[in-house]
Design a protein around this ligand. Structure first.
Ligand SMILES: Cc1cc2nc3c(=O)[nH]c(=O)nc-3n(C[C@H](O)[C@H](O)[C@H](O)COP(=O)(O)OP(=O)(O)OC[C@H]3O[C@@H](n4cnc5c(N)ncnc54)[C@H](O)[C@@H]3O)c2cc1C
Length: 404
């Protein structure tokens, strides 16, 4: 039986620990799910393969204000600085600058952010086991057993897999992969920052999403991109392109690589298990940001897993409730995001330049500055369309691109 409180961190080599809910992975989604499972009254174990939380960092650390709210914690020392605007660069070199009158996002230290979320899970009563890689999931009677490297096992009624993009245990449990996985690469560099409160978005740098410059201070930035493949090579080229190389103040101080899953599988549940966060493809296809949809879904995952475990029912049909509930909250945003992603994919460099031209109309700029929302971009699109005042011909052209 799991005991509430702080685990000593030293585990007997050959034992089976029993609990109601086991959460695999102490990233943002796992810690949030564990916190809510414990708060619902379930004996909860949070299992992390690394010896400490928040390492290695695979993130640009840009959080929209809704993501900060969804984290249910004050950012405290994890907050580096606020962001109020963006500069969007078109392939042809046009720059469109937006300046909102209030804070829209924060640049954060992901290591401190992840640790703060794990502290909350532990405070809620979850037992954290670090240095515990789960290598296998199996069903045993009415319980799920997780085998940890080294010989230990954890037996739970319900397993929440929050393992991130690789999601090996989710696949073993029968939960399918995301539709697309992009490759991300980023360098921490000394950099001549134009305005620390404004992030840069560079369009058309590589096939995939976009490239970014996220200031981390007055003379440093995270410069990165997402590509369909070979992100590292694209990043090398981007760093030596004139808009970036002319502002580099020295060689990279650190590199980050990682996958970005997009387009969740058709079902994020199986017998005895549910997947959350990157493991469930809960990432915004318009930006590659996974923290907001992951946190929102994890709150639901923790509660549903705990209720099912306490009711002694870990059947697939009981756990499918989680799928319905998370899609109600953020599913539409991911579907619309995927359409926008495909639309942007279909645009040539010339068409991207033209799109930016359209967006530079003063009415549109005002709409973006007023309603810009990186966590819910579909709302912004709905607000922008009237401001665009597009002719029906332009709209038909856009739809054609979106559907092809
Ligand atoms: C280059 C890059 C930049 C990004 N920038 C942003 C950004 O600015 N804003 C944003 O919102 N998102 C960003 N993202 C996406 C964001 O990092 C992820 O969506 C987010 O970290 C997902 O959280 P998670 O908890 O689902 O998974 P993760 O943060 O990946 O956590 C998974 C945890 O599970 C553990 N684990 C894995 N397997 C096992 C196992 N078998 N046993 C035990 N433990 C295991 C891992 O060690 C890890 O701690 C970026 C991603 C990349 C690659």
């Amino acid at each position: 039986m799991a005991q509430k409180g702080i685990s000593p961190g030293l585990y007997p080599s050959c034992s089976v620990m029993r609990c109601d809910v086991a959460v695999i992975g102490a990233g943002p989604a796992g810690s949030m799910a564990a916190k809510h499972a414990a708060r619902t009254g379930a004996e909860t174990v949070l299992i992390e393969e690394h010896p400490s939380i928040g390492h290695p960092v695979q993130c640009a650390g840009l959080l929209g204000v809704q993501a900060v709210e969804a984290s249910e914690i004050p950012l405290g020392s994890a907050a580096l600085h606020p962001v109020c605007g963006a500069a969007v660069w078109s392939p042809g070199g046009r720059i469109l600058r937006f300046n909102a009158s209030r804070v829209r996002a924060w640049v954060v230290d992901r290591r401190l952010f992840d640790r703060a979320l794990a502290v909350e899970a532990v405070r809620a009563g979850a037992i954290l086991q670090v240095r515990s890689p789960v290598r296998r999931i199996r069903s045993q009677g009415d319980r799920m057993v997780l085998d940890i490297t080294g010989g230990r096992s954890i037996s739970a009624r319900v397993v929440v897999t929050a393992e991130g993009v690789m999601a090996r245990i989710a696949r073993q449990a029968g939960i399918g992969p995301s539709h697309v996985v992009l490759s991300g690469a980023q360098a921490d560099v000394p950099f001549q920052v134009e305005d620390a409160g404004r992030v840069e978005v560079h369009l058309g740098v590589s096939p995939g999403l976009f490239a970014w410059v996220i200031p981390t201070g007055p003379a440093s930035a995270r410069v990165g991109l997402c590509a369909e493949a070979s992100a590292c090579q694209h990043l090398r080229r981007f760093l030596s392109s004139p808009p970036i190389s002319s502002r580099l103040l020295g060689s990279p101080l650190g590199l980050v690589f990682g996958g970005l899953p997009m387009g969740p599988p058709d079902r994020t549940w199986a017998h005895g298990a549910i997947a959350v966060g990157d493991a469930a493809g809960q990432v915004k296809p318009t930006s590659g940001g996974g923290i907001y949809p992951g946190l929102v879904s994890a709150r639901i995952a923790g509660r549903v897993a705990a209720e099912a475990a306490l009711a002694g029912d870990n059947s697939a049909s009981r756990l499918s409730e989680y799928d319905r509930l998370w899609r109600e909250e953020v599913g539409r945003e991911l579907v619309v995001g995927m359409r926008l992603y495909r639309l942007m994919q279909g645009l040539s460099a010339r068409e991207t330049d033209q799109l930016l031209e359209l967006l530079s109309r003063p009415k549109v700029v005002r709409a973006i500055e007023e309603h810009g929302d990186i966590d819910r971009p579909s709302r912004l699109v709905a607000r922008m369309l009237p401001a665009l005042g597009w002719s029906s011909l332009e709209l038909v052209g856009l739809l054609r691109l979106a559907l092809r």
